[in-house]
Design a protein around this ligand. Sequence first.
Ligand SMILES: *Cc1c(COP(=O)(O)O)cnc(C)c1O
Length: 376
Amino acid sequence: MHTQHSNQKRDLFRERSGAELHINLSAIIENYLFLQKKVESARCSAVVKADAYGLGADRISKALAKAGCKNFFVAYLDEGIALRKILKKEFSIYVLHGLIGKHEKLFLDYNLIPILNTSEQIKQWYQFCLQNNVFYEAGIQLDSGMSRFGLDEKEIKDIPLAVWDAFKPKLIVSHLACADTPEHKENTQQLEQFKKLKNFLPNAPSSLAASSGIFLGKAWHFDMVRPGAALYGINPTPREKNPMRSVVTLLGKIIQIKTIHPKTFVGYGASYKAKQTTKIAIISVGYADGFFRSLSEKLYLVHEKFMHKPLPIIGRISMDSLFVDISSLPKDATKIGDKIELVGSFNTLDSIAHAANTIGYEILTSMGNRYYRIYK
Ligand SMILES: *Cc1c(COP(=O)(O)O)cnc(C)c1O
């Protein structure tokens, strides 16, 4: 009875929503298994920071854990705490931002592994371990050339040897700056620098590659790879065909249809003026939903029943809506409530990103929370 009631409630939410975001969990798993196979003996982890790039860290982590993924990465401590409520103790959760503030105990309470990024963080963790007389697991990040997180050569050399005698890093991490550009010299330089810096530390499992780094070759794999974007269907090899399966489909609903006369303006700024009698549909997705205003008049969308007929976005994208010209669709074929595909097979995350002059990562992480989400 209860489930029936909540199903009815969900159906009503679905009906009232302006757009549906379909998230294909089996495609994420397929992507995970593909990457795990590709890196052979190295372990494939999953980066689920920022709510799994906006797609729902709880559902996705559960599914990945079931598929055999043992190691998870988040950025913030609180993301780790939330994830620990979903993943049992046997799954490792690494917190990339490491130890910020005096929250060592929370890492213990929730069994989270900090990635220590500075000598201060290392000292603080070391002191904490001494006080408790146990050397708790922690990862160390090294700066191999990106100048973001991690210790550089001088900082590493300044760490007292007693520290390394006392605790062995659980994982040594660094991050590549140019992995999506395979011919960039920085990729080999960072690889060499990472190997060099690792020599100053006790021998421990290491990890350098994220999504794109996996495709640079075996030398970059070490013991663990840390893909995020590729799991969610973003192309890790932007110059080549996307080897990953597409994961998200965003369908916006038509909430109004009207026919306008020649020379009628459409939208804010009167930036668009109809050349002829035009049939327009108003879709309930706008820039507040992460459909960037900069995409105005730059993209074609498709009606889910007429996938071969590209419909131009006309006028400026508003906060909660956008216009498409549906004049090319068969007469009387469209009605209120019909769905228009904004992201999916016609416009991929990567092609939209290209049109918006950004990367697929930003399109994904901007996806709004007003969408009705459907996991399959
Ligand atoms: C975000 C992040 C990743 C995942 O990167 P993708 O390019 O999304 O695969 C891996 N490692 C670190 C340190 C990160 O910050």
